[in-house]
Write a protein that binds this ligand. Structure first.
Ligand code: ZN
Length: 258
């Protein structure tokens, strides 16, 4: 069993694998290499699992060792690394713009079969776990259906691959970066203090949104490094700082529609 969990805020558990830590393995919570994390948020009546992002069989069973409440699986988005073993869940909640990814359409997709019963989320939805409310915030950019969850109790934002130290942009539909930055800017006025992303175990300060906006506006236009994918095209890439620094940011941008 490689799963472990740790409570990062009252009733919010980060679930990850100790085979992949920020320094190669283990349970470190420090900034470093990319990790893969799901989050479990426990309310009075039920618990919410944000992403099936740990590439180990048995997450559905593991979460029931963390909570005895019924579990509602919610996806930050439909990319392959967020839907591992999704077949183990009878139902799933996501934004409908990412449904094609679960049907195997597009880069970074996987056909989920059998498909769990799908419940659609919309921007502004409020998820009530019993005495605990989470706001659904839809920000297209990483994918067209990317959502973030704001836990009003702890002022924690579960930010998926949107509020992140590593932004992959434009491979699953294209939103102008100006519009994306406007949404990040609006996000700054929301009532939260810390973000937890799907690929870092460390908490990111709200201020990190500023770093992202600044890098997208100032570093991306002059980024020269190109990462090529055969038969597909080039992603423009840049990095800021070191991965072991909290303020690290990197981006891979694909600007053209196919
Ligand atoms: Zn993704």
């Amino acid at each position: 069993m490689a799963f472990f969990h740790t409570e990062v805020a009252n009733g919010i558990y980060l679930i990850s694998s100790d085979l992949g830590g920020p320094d190669g393995g283990g349970r470190s919570m420090l900034p470093g290499k990319a990790t893969a994390n799901s989050y479990l948020v426990e309310g009075r009546d039920k618990a919410l699992l944000f992403d099936s992002a740990v590439n180990e069989p048995g997450l559905a069973q593991y979460v029931q060792t963390v909570t005895d409440k019924p579990v509602m699986p919610v996806l930050s988005h439909g990319h392959i690394d967020h839907i591992y073993y999704l077949e183990d869940f009878p139902e799933v909640w996501l934004h409908p713009a990412d449904l094609p990814l679960l049907r195997g359409k597009g880069i970074g997709s996987r056909r989920v079969k059998p498909m769990p019963t799908v419940h659609e989320l919309a921007d502004g939805d409020v998820i009530d776990l019993g005495g605990r409310l989470l706001d659904v915030i839809h920000i297209p950019g990483h994918t067209m259906g990317s959502v973030l969850l704001l836990d009003r109790d702890t002022r924690v934002l579960l930010s998926g691959d949107t509020g992140t130290r590593r932004l992959l942009y434009g491979i699953s539909g294209h939103v102008p970066t100006e519009a994306f930055c406007r949404q990040l800017h609006a996000l700054e006025s929301r009532p939260f203090d810390w973000m937890y992303s799907a690929h870092d175990r460390c908490a990111l300060p709200k201020d990190h949104l500023h770093t992202m906006i600044d890098a997208i506006q100032n570093d991306l236009p002059t980024a020269k490094r190109v990462f090529s994918i055969p038969f597909w095209g080039g992603l423009r890439c840049f990095t800021r700082g070191k991965e072991t620094e909290l303020s690290y940011f990197d981006m891979a941008y694909w600007g053209k529609r196919r």
